[in-house]
Design a protein around this ligand. Structure first.
Ligand code: ASP
Length: 418
């Protein structure tokens, strides 16, 4: 009862944000700033604690949930190919936008100080540029870690994700009774991790308060200028993807994008207001079946799978956020390094759960992998909710396009398209 009375999380985060700005401006004594820092880093630690079990269980249960009958196997391949193409194009759109706008640079100066980030840009740059192409090859090498426990302990996510993909893929071939048992176990672990994520996010207002108050205490209100540019860069890139790239794919497959938007409108609104692909799932299925006329067979496996595996908006967001922090820390990522970023964003977006703010976890992973300061998640959190609502709508819309395209490719008439 008490829970229902309290305002929703994003409102509480917003209130915390306003309080953090006020506190940061008024109380700047070193001891208090240390307290802000303590609270903020506690929240960051809690987020990091979730990473491995959340990602592993999400991937394995996603893969094991795939249907195995021969006719659907063909569909699965087409679906996964679609996921890959759209997520890849989303990351490219994001990269183009962030390279063009450069939100991390304010009046020609990297925004590191304004954002209160503590990183030695020159040392980072040196470290990164001393990594040649062989180090990029090394990244692929690390995808197959000799010791999976060690890889997990060192947060080498690529290896862990690759292992989870292989594990899930191999488990599909198990005899029915074993597969069923393993699937229920992994699914239960995944659901538990989602609850834990919810619990941690419950404390997000306190975390945001600590992280933002610290930045404001150290740098004043200037931090909001680059954040605003970052906000509009993400928004513009998401708009480009949902209004140009995805409709183009629909057109290529003979589907009228305007009608498709109209059919999916309730799902888009739900995604926007909940910021959760998983919570929107029933509405997406309903719109696809009843309004877009997509067959049950296609929608019932494309959409649940897409809700965790296919996240165009999330991958785009990860790329822009990481580039933003890199720019702010005067770290110039070469094209090869940006290619690496795309690859990691692609892979981590697969592991991101369909719940609000889930991509923060992935952003922490990538920042750590590149040696960039992960405290940067703090300022980003300040503008995260609105962007989350938008990227979740993009995630959902991409899933629905995939279902319509795959359905059409099976020669099924989409009856509702006049
Ligand atoms: N909220 C997103 C979703 O549910 C995930 C994220 O990007 O945080 O699709």
């Amino acid at each position: 009862m008490e829970k229902e009375m309290s305002p929703p999380l994003h409102i509480r985060i917003f209130i915390a944000l306003v309080m953090a700005v006020i506190a940061g401006l008024l109380i700047r004594e070193p001891a208090v700033v240390r307290f802000y820092d303590f609270v903020g880093s506690l929240f960051l630690n809690a987020l990091k604690m979730l990473i491995i079990p959340l990602i592993v269980s999400s991937i394995i249960s996603g893969i094991m949930g795939l249907p195995t009958t021969a006719s659907i196997k063909g569909l699965s391949i087409r679906t996964v190919a679609y996921y890959f193409i759209t997520t890849l194009s989303a990351t490219v759109v994001g990269l183009m936008a962030v390279n063009l706008v450069k939100p991390g640079i304010v009046n020609g100066v990297p925004a590191q100080e304004i954002l209160g980030l503590h990183a030695d840009g020159a040392a980072l740059q040196n470290d990164l540029s001393s990594r040649g192409i062989s180090d990029m090859v090394e990244i692929f090498h690390r995808m197959v870690p000799p010791n999976i426990v060690e890889a997990a302990a060192q947060n080498q996510l690529l290896g862990v994700i690759f292992f989870a993909l292989l594990f899930g893929g191999s488990a599909i071939g198990l005899p029915q009774h074993h597969r069923q048992r393993l699937f229920s176990l992994v699914e239960a672990v995944f659901q538990t991790m989602m609850r834990m994520t919810g619990l941690v996010l419950h404390f997000a207002p306190i975390g945001v308060f600590g992280l933002v108050a610290k930045v404001v205490a150290e740098t004043g209100l200037a931090a909001f200028m680059p954040l605003l540019t970052f906000f509009f860069t993400v928004l513009g890139a998401l708009a480009l993807h949902i209004f140009l790239v995805l409709p183009f794919l629909l057109l290529l497959n003979g589907i009228n994008p305007v009608n498709h938007f109209r059919n999916m409108f309730p799902a888009l609104l739900t995604a926007f207001s909940t910021a959760s692909s998983s919570a929107t799932l029933p509405v997406t299925m309903d719109c696809l079946r009843k309004r877009a006329g997509v067959s049950n067979q296609v929608s019932s496996f494309v959409v649940p799978m897409g809700a965790t595996l296919n996240m165009d908006g999330t991958a785009l967001y990860e790329c822009v956020a990481v580039m933003f922090i890199a720019q702010a820390c005067s770290v110039d990522l070469s094209w090869t390094q940006q290619f690496f970023l795309v690859l990691v964003a692609l892979l981590t977006s697969i592991g991101v759960a369909g719940v609000p703010s889930a991509s923060l976890v992935a952003i922490v992973i990538i920042l750590n992998a590149l040696g960039l300061p992960d405290e940067a998640v703090g300022p980003i959190l300040a503008v995260d909710r609105l962007l989350d609502m938008c990227r979740t709508s993009v995630n959902i819309f991409s899933d629905s396009c995939c279902a319509a395209i795959v359905d059409r490719s099976r020669g099924i008439e989409l009856t509702r398209y006049e």
